[in-house]
Design a protein around this ligand. Structure first.
Ligand code: HEC
Length: 124
């Protein structure tokens, strides 16, 4: 009995650590939350339209920070302020985790998107 009692705080502490271990974003949850973003940024974050920045493979922390800055007005963009304003901290983390986990597709010097053509060996 005494042993159970002394273990209780340890177990409680371990249980409390579980959310900490999962702190940050969930890419699976982020994919659902990011559906609204796909129209411009592309489903995998690799928009082919240069007016929309690529988010695929971007550092999650960069995405979180950019979204915070649109929300608090440090970064001003009439389109993005609307999309960022409704996001919670957890939404930002999840969405960032999703886009960060996507494969980046950068323009090569040949004007092609890497990975989208056969001569991959020649792309940068
Ligand atoms: C209607 C089109 C549109 C939609 C929808 C949209 N964005 Fe954007 N997004 C833009 C444009 C345009 C920019 C560039 C703004 C600027 O110059 O600051 C941008 C910029 C960003 C940036 C900064 C990128 C960088 O490289 O600095 C992030 C992060 C971002 N968007 C995330 C999102 C997320 C997350 C969503 C969904 C919740 C979303 N966007 C929905 C058009 C859109």
């Amino acid at each position: 009995m005494t042993r159970t009692l002394t273990l209780a705080p340890v177990l409680a502490a371990l249980l409390l650590m579980i959310p900490v271990a999962h702190a940050g974003g969930s890419a699976a949850a982020g994919k659902k939350k990011a559906v609204v973003c796909f129209a411009c940024h592309g489903e995998n974050g690799n928009s082919l339209d240069p007016q929309y920045p690529r988010l695929g493979g971007q550092y999650a922390q960069y995405i979180v920070q950019a979204l915070k800055e649109y929300q608090d007005g440090q970064r001003k963009n009439p389109i993005m302020v609307g999309f960022a304003s409704t996001l919670t901290e957890q939404d930002r983390e999840d969405i960032a985790a999703y886009f960060a986990a996507q494969k980046p597709a950068v323009w090569t010097l040949r004007g092609e998107v890497s990975g989208s053509h056969k001569r991959q060996g020649t792309s940068l």
